[in-house]
Ligand binder design. Structure first.
Ligand code: PMT
Length: 409
């Protein structure tokens, strides 16, 4: 029996979407039943996996009754059917609600000691997690490190909210409401096939121009913006080549990464990949100049203050722009500006003959280099301007692909 499957009046926004609902052992596990109910009402097919901890709070029959499908608990069930790989493989999206500190840590570190963590290692689809724990556990550096690792990997962490916690405590750590998760899934899955069949090249990070074997000229780019753009393109179904300057960021799921160091390396890699690309997005901060010659031995202080002669690097974006529109990929440039942003951006758009130019306001500490948020203007070659207010870099990436799509058709 399925309870309330898409009753009259509900909108089937997730019709046919296969959701793997993971439930872990926190008091908020009881709310996971409401998540299951909302998902079923939205038309999703929901398979549930409960951890042992979750079963201390809520039983599998509750989920079987709501979803009309098996709720699994053990890796040892249906061994012949390879349940431990099949459940993760079959999912279009995984939701872990609630997610305990322990499960966050296991997933961040690749543990696979139960059916849920096995499934998460196998799954190649988007993963949404709703942390729930006491404030001290949430704020602990170990948990924050695990959350950062998962975000870098492309997992969507929703919440926690602030409010009443178990035992009467109040603070950050409360699981977000089931409706928030449903809205997140609808947002996440809304454009999932937009870029199927497209090949995109994204550049990220800063280049390093060698002065000698131990020193280089570099810049403050961390690669976060470019990695978010690559992750979003992969999520929408594109074949993605990410050309990355030196960075510790993890490669997003489904992305093919090409590591480079200098502007010349990036030039060679991008030019080769652009031949078969539909879009090239240049979020990298490429050095305009490099030392005319790098010393082969470390420059010693005792030899006096060196004079370093610089020479121009090739402008990769401008070189791609020399080809006629229609005979080259759609080109998206970036520009980091501190003042008169639109004016400077429009000048770069025209000079480099690109289709879209993203102007980054880097005058505030919450936008541009290094941070997880950004504030941009997207300039189109036809004169239109789209303003994206302060948002996460993942959200900016989503808006950017929305703007690129019409140029592809
Ligand atoms: O990496 P993060 O820490 O997340 O920071 C993101 C960012 C601030 C680096 C990013 O959002 C950004 O704004 N990147 C562009 C940096 C910049 O100002 O580039 P530019 O104005 O020097 O170059 C304009 C465009 O030409 C860029 O698309 C650049 O990639 C390209 N270019 C520049 C020089 C060159 N030799 N070759 C190029 O292709």
């Amino acid at each position: 029996m399925t309870v309330d499957a898409a009753p009259a009046g509900s909108t089937p926004t997730l019709r046919g979407v296969r959701v793997l609902l993971g439930v872990t052992g926190g008091i908020a596990a009881y709310k996971a039943a409401l998540v299951a109910r909302l998902l079923v009402r939205a038309g999703a097919e929901v398979d549930t996996v409960l951890t042992r901890g979750a079963r201390e709070f809520i039983g599998a029959p509750t989920f079987e009754g709501i979803t009309g499908r098996p709720a699994r608990t053990e890796v040892w069930e249906d061994v012949a059917g390879s349940t431990h790989v099949q459940v993760g493989r079959d999912a279009d999206v995984v939701v872990v609600y609630p997610t305990t500190a322990h499960t966050l840590a296991k997933v961040a570190n690749g543990f696979a000691d139960d059916l849920l963590t096995n499934s998460l290692l196998v799954a190649r689809c988007p993963v949404v997690m709703a942390p729930a724990m006491h404030t001290e556990m949430w704020e602990h550096p170990a948990t924050q490190r695990n959350v950062a690792t998962l975000r870098e990997r492309g997992h969507v962490i929703v919440g926690p909210a602030e409010g009443e916690l178990m035992g009467g405590d109040v603070g950050p750590g409360r699981v977000v409401e089931p409706e928030v998760i449903l809205a997140e899934l609808e947002r996440l899955l809304a454009h999932r096939d937009d870029l199927v069949g497209r090949t995109v090249v994204v550049t990220a990070g800063g280049t390093r121009e060698a002065l000698d074997p131990v020193r280089f000229l570099g810049n403050r780019s961390t690669g976060k913006m470019g990695f978010a753009i690559a992750a979003e393109a992969a999520r929408r179904g594109a074949r993605v080549h990410l050309v990355a300057g030196p960075t510790h960021l993890l490669t997003p799921t489904g992305v093919q990464r090409h590591d480079v160091v200098s502007a010349l390396d990036m030039h060679a890699e991008v030019m080769a990949l652009a031949e078969s690309a539909d879009v090239v997005v240049k979020a990298a901060a490429v050095a305009d100049f490099r030392p005319a010659s790098a010393a082969t031995r470390k420059i010693k202080k005792a030899e006096g203050v060196p004079t370093i002669e610089l020479q121009r690097n090739p402008d990769i974006l401008a070189e791609l722009g020399t080809r006629e529109r229609g005979e080259r990929p759609v080109l998206v440039g970036f520009a980091a500006e501190t003042h008169d942003a639109e004016e400077h951006g429009r000048e770069k758009l025209e000079r480099k003959r690109v289709d879209l130019l993203v102007v980054n306001d880097v005058s505030a500490p919450d936008a541009g280099f290094g941070v997880d948020t950004n504030r941009v203007l997207i300039l189109h070659a036809d004169g239109r301007t789209v303003e994206v207010p302060l948002s996460t870099k993942a959200e900016v990436a989503g808006r950017l692909w929305d703007e690129v799509l019409p140029a592809l058709s």
